[in-house]
Design a binder for this molecule. Structure first.
Ligand code: MBD
Ligand code: FE
Length: 281
């Protein structure tokens, strides 16, 4: 591979950082009291660790240069989403009764192509990987069908790469916004993704190596499912028996999110049904 075609931490990190900075989100006004509380407790927790473990100047300097390098590598989105987001998600969604959510991660892109209720995701001509038919129905917590619900899906290819974050992939490869039919039904034809390895050549990779951890997330589909009058659910689905389902580096697996696909009835690849239940606004 030439340099331009090589997936690097710096390239995917820069793309994820840029994407996050440009995205539209409802901002809440900065509340001085809340910032004071959270920033003071965070800094206090670090003081506590320094005292408890008698952190040395050598260690302090290593931390300082590592933190600087995370920013230069553009890996703050990756670092935060891998090691912190799962707790934010847990707190945010603790009162929901519908389908379980989990973290969004750094590789969502708004505005993927709209597709009909039965659709094949944009893919290369010979997209490799086991064909997968992912189908289901969107209802709400009272069992009401959600006609025209939006099922946004994005996932890595069979090499573990995401379009728009790794070089050489078509813009919307393996990304789409499927519009469910009048019964809330959808049928998405795609390929099974591969496990995802955090880039090993950046700061997150250096931390993982230095700490003796592994760098893997299990294979997963990312989804955002929404319908008018209901709370959007951001989730991921995993594959029963898949590598690292039991020890996801991002701590984002929940038992409710594990699929068990079966051989497809038409003989090509696998199929699985997963229904979404939305909470009201
Ligand atoms: C991913 O694909 C992902 O979903 C998360 C949360 C972190 C890194 C890569
Ligand atoms: Fe992912």
């Amino acid at each position: 591979m030439t340099e331009a075609n090589t997936a690097t931490a710096a390239a995917s990190g820069a793309a994820a950082t840029e994407r996050f900075r440009n995205r539209q989100r409802e901002e809440t006004a900065a509340d001085t009291k809340r910032i004071d509380l959270l920033a003071s407790e965070l800094i206090g927790a670090v003081h506590e660790i320094i005292r408890r473990h008698k952190v040395t100047y050598a260690e302090y300097d290593v931390l300082k240069s590592w933190l600087i390098q995370v920013g230069l590598d553009g890996e703050w989105p990756l670092f935060l989403d891998v090691w912190l987001e799962h707790v934010v998600e847990e707190v945010a969604n603790e009162n929901r009764g519908g389908s379980k959510g989990t973290i969004e991660g750094p590789y969502y892109v708004q505005g993927s192509p709209e597709l009909p209720s039965e659709a094949t995701l944009p893919a290369r001509e010979n997209e490799s990987g086991t064909p997968l038919l992912f189908q289901g129905q969107v209802t709400n917590v009272d069992g009401e069908v959600q006609a025209g619900a939006k099922v946004e899906i994005w996932h890595a290819d069979s090499d573990g790469f995401y379009s728009q974050f790794a070089p050489g992939l078509p813009e919307w490869n393996l990304r789409g916004t499927v519009i469910a039919d009048a019964q809330g039904l959808f049928k998405i034809h795609t390929v099974e993704p591969a496990p995802y390895q955090i880039p090993t050549d950046g700061s997150c990779g250096r931390l993982i190596t230095a700490a003796g951890w592994h760098a893997w997330r299990p294979a997963h589909l990312h989804l955002k499912v929404s319908a008018p009058g209901h709370q959007l659910v951001t989730t991921q689905l995993y594959f029963h028996g898949g590598t690292h389902v039991e020890d996801d580096i991002a701590s984002a697996v929940k038992p409710e999110l594990i699929l068990s696909p079966a051989p497809a009835s038409d003989g090509g690849g696998n199929e699985v049904t997963y229904n979404f239940t939305l909470d009201r606004d």
